[in-house]
Design a protein around this ligand. Structure first.
Ligand code: EPZ
Length: 429
């Protein structure tokens, strides 16, 4: 298993190119199942999750081709992936694949909408929570689906196809919104989705569906209105820049007191994050070509943050801001309101010398003078990168194990950080 070694103390300076968003790329790839024409996605990130999803879609009968980069393009520019589900030959998504990448559960919506049946393994829980799917199933039932369970699989049928319905989500759910939205595009009649997720990745998928011929109103708001159509056609669509990668590298730069330009970043998807960075004494400004991040004040100032559905502070940046606050001049309060177990990084940060007190859904982070490198273990995607941020300023060497978590959501992280001065290397083994 690969490991990453980081020797702390270097200041990050230079340019980091932001890749396409994992959490937009995955649903966009799944949307290709809605049509028998090819969907071409550009600015695709090169991630383990994308490769695994290509395998799952091939399992369903879709052809997927990866066109490399144009000669001379930015080495970090995204790939082009063409997905052509000319015919869906298998409406089953097997446990051995779905359990490895829970977003593959989302094929349930398009398979049901297009083939009127689907047999998809329940994704199961993960390190950060139980991750139930009750909202997804209730939404599809509101569109006339018959849902049953069989040996850990959701067995769904829609004889004669789905029909429009009214869906009111009790809690904002990104995945359930994606699934309901995709299914509704081919349902007969009108579907209204209330309390829909407003994450930029949902907006990105909705805009792609419109290019494919879907009729969607209220994009970007919490009420989506969809008029079903007979069929969708192919399209070409660029994957949105990754706001979580942007926030992550911004905090890495701030942690080291550096000055970094995040090329390709979009500030308009990070308002809540930028406001918190301002409070922390981190200067963020938009320039030609990207987002400039510098540490304005001498020390990092402590903050009080609550994770919330978009446009609130993203839960996917919670572990990273906790790492940044371990070196703040004071005590920060971080409350996780989305997932019930998303503090797995606390113990690992403590191994590096962080002083964090947990009280239910709230962490008190008492800033310390310095951190010390140590062997630590990644537990989930975002927790693992919070350890990288802390290691960048820890005295001595930090060894990060189980880096496959990182590879799921951060394209060539060690190369991007090394290119701006980090003393970081990946050791195969
Ligand atoms: C998406 O997960 C993201 N994953 C997550 O990113 C992200 O943390 C999350 O949205 C919240 O923003 C992808 O986009 C691939 P939810 P999702 O449904 O859709 C509860 C990462 O690191 N809930 O919005 O699975 C659920 O338990 C990952 O990139 C139900 O109770 O999250 C949670 O408490 C981690 N019943 C809350 O809603 C349901 O049927 C929000 O979950 C569905 C969800």
């Amino acid at each position: 298993m690969d490991r990453i070694l980081i020797r702390g103390g270097n200041v990050l300076c230079g340019n980091i190119h932001i890749s396409g968003a994992k959490n937009a790329a995955l649903p966009l790839m799944i949307a290709a199942l809605l049509t028998d024409e090819p969907l071409t996605l550009t600015n695709m990130p090169r991630l383990a999750d994308v490769s695994l999803l290509r395998k799952i879609l091939r399992n369903q009968g879709a052809d997927t081709t990866l066109a490399g980069k144009k000669a001379g393009s930015n080495p970090f520019a995204g790939d082009t992936v063409r997905i052509h589900a000319r015919e869906i030959t298998d409406t089953t998504a097997p446990y051995e694949l779905v359990s490895r990448m829970r977003a593959s559960f989302w094929v349930l919506g398009p398979l049901l909408a297009r083939c009127h049946e689907a047999r998809v393994s329940l994704p199961g829980g993960c390190a950060i929570g139980t991750r139930p799917v009750d909202f997804y199933l209730k939404a599809l039932e509101a569109m006339g689906a018959e849902i049953g369970m069989d040996a850990g699989y959701v067995v769904a049928r829609a004889p004669g196809g789905l029909k429009g319905g009214r869906i009111v989500f009790p809690k904002v759910s990104v995945g359930a919104t994606h699934v309901a939205l995709m299914a509704a595009t081919l349902a007969r009649g009108e579907t209204v989705i209330e309390n829909a997720a407003r994450e930029p990745e949902v907006t990105d998928v909705a805009e792609c569906l419109v290019k494919m011929g879907a009729q969607i109103g209220g994009i970007g708001t919490s009420t989506l209105t969809i008029q079903g159509v007979e069929r969708l056609h192919g399209a070409e669509h660029p994957v949105l820049a990754d706001r979580i990668e942007t926030g992550t590298y911004a905090m890495a730069a701030a942690m080291t007191g550096g000055d970094v330009l995040l090329t390709g970043a979009r500030a308009d998807t990070l308002d809540a994050f930028i406001a918190v960075m301002d409070e922390a004494g981190v200067s963020i400004s938009m320039e030609e070509g990207g987002m400039r991040v510098r540490r304005a004040a001498e020390a990092i100032r402590p903050v009080s943050v609550e994770t919330r559905p978009y446009p609130g502070f993203p839960t996917d940046l919670q572990a990273q801001i906790m790492a940044l606050m371990t070196r703040a001049a004071g005590t920060s309060t971080i409350r996780e309101t989305i997932f019930e177990n998303r503090f797995m990084h606390v113990q690992e940060l403590a191994r590096l010398g962080a002083d964090i007190t947990l009280n239910g859904d709230t962490a008190l982070v008492h800033g310390v003078e310095g951190l010390t490198g140590a062997p630590v273990m990644a537990t989930d995607l975002r927790a693992s990168v919070s350890l990288v941020i802390a290691a960048l300023v820890a005295n001595g060497e930090t060894e990060l194990n189980r880096v496959y978590h990182l590879d799921r959501g951060f394209e060539t992280l060690e190369k991007k950080l090394a290119a701006v001065g980090a003393d970081i290397e990946r050791v195969s083994g």
